[in-house]
Design a protein around this ligand. Structure first.
Ligand code: ADP
Ligand code: ZN
Length: 293
């Protein structure tokens, strides 16, 4: 039996990928596969999507992928992940759908948080994941910022304390934001995995300083109403966000009236949907295409 219009979504992750089908906030079926090679992973996912298309009338699909990606062209850009450089994503996954939305995984999560999570009702906000890497999804005027490819604000440089000599862990930039605050960067600095550090470990002050400097720059640049923080590091350390907020207020020096000691708790908030932000975001991406029709 063919049911009322629903949409599909795929979140392609560096280690696992998830396909979902649903309507609004209701995910009625989901399917997980390990991310191996494009031929294998995209093949299995498109078989599943074809099966769902036989069961439901699927009006559109939203695809959110690890990057870097060429958003407008629908494929992977050069990436160190074996086999994936240049891989066509929208071709195999969008096949059979009238409308296809494609963006980064963090943009998908941002859109999920914007519809159902910590940024509900806002049109200008950022979603920042601090985990194995640092990724940012930027929503401006209700739409994801794409630009030439997509923002890569995880790699911006931040002002550092002069007494901090850590060289950083980014293979491209050393001490860019990701090179200072990603899980592997924290582990390199501290000499043990980030999740094993106590809340009092001095490494957290360095992490908070770097994130605080970056967020101050982002408030000044993009004027977001809120910055939402997710990821294993971002959500795994409850002491971290209060330290980041303090640093942001200090770095701004009272210049921005809308980001001050009174408002900072609602300007920088933890993600609200956890692991569901990505899958729900892919459905939001798909449904937004229908609104445009
Ligand atoms: P990914 O970025 O790969 O999607 P995560 O967001 O879960 O996945 O990030 C994984 C990173 O987060 C790892 O480097 C891990 O050490 C770190 N991490 C996980 N849990 C915690 C925690 N409670 N505290 C600090 N770091 C953590
Ligand atoms: Zn970098």
């Amino acid at each position: 039996m063919v049911s009322e219009a629903m949409v599909a979504g795929v979140e392609l992750g560096g280690t696992k990928s998830i396909a979902v089908v649903g309507r609004g906030r209701d995910i009625i079926d989901r399917f997980r596969v390990p991310t191996t090679t494009p031929a294998e992973t995209l093949g299995v996912l498109s078989d599943k999507l074809a099966e769902w298309r036989r069961e439901h009338r699927l009006a559109a699909i939203g695809i959110a992928s690890f990057g870097p990606i060429a958003v407008a062209e629908g494929h992977m850009l050069p990436t160190p992940k074996p086999h994936w450089a240049g891989a066509d994503i929208v071709g195999p996954l969008g096949q059979g759908f009238d409308r296809v939305a494609f963006h980064t995984d963090v943009t998908g999560a941002a859109l999920g948080e914007g519809r159902y999570g910590a940024a509900t009702g806002l049109s200008d906000f950022l979603y920042v994941t601090v985990g194995t890497g640092v990724g940012m999804g930027i929503i401006a005027g209700g739409r994801p910022v794409t630009g030439m490819m997509h923002p890569e604000a995880g790699h911006i440089r931040v002002r550092r304390r002069s007494d901090d000599g850590f060289v950083g862990a980014c293979p491209f930039h050393g001490d860019c934001l990701e090179g200072l605050v990603s899980g592997p960067a924290i582990a390199a600095r501290a000499g043990k995995p980030a999740h094993l550090l106590t809340a009092e470990d001095p490494a957290w002050r360095d992490v908070a300083d770097a994130l605080g400097e970056a967020f101050a720059t982002l408030f000044l640049t993009l004027s977001p109403a809120r910055i939402i923080v997710g990821g294993g590091v971002g959500l795994g350390q409850p002491q971290l966000l209060p330290m980041v907020r303090e640093r942001v207020v200090a770095a701004l020096g009272g210049y921005l009236g809308f980001v001050d000691a009174q408002s900072i708790d609602e300007r920088i908030v933890p993600a609200g949907l956890g692991e569901e932000a990505g899958p729900l975001g892919t459905l939001v991406m798909a449904e937004d295409l229908l609104g445009d029709a």
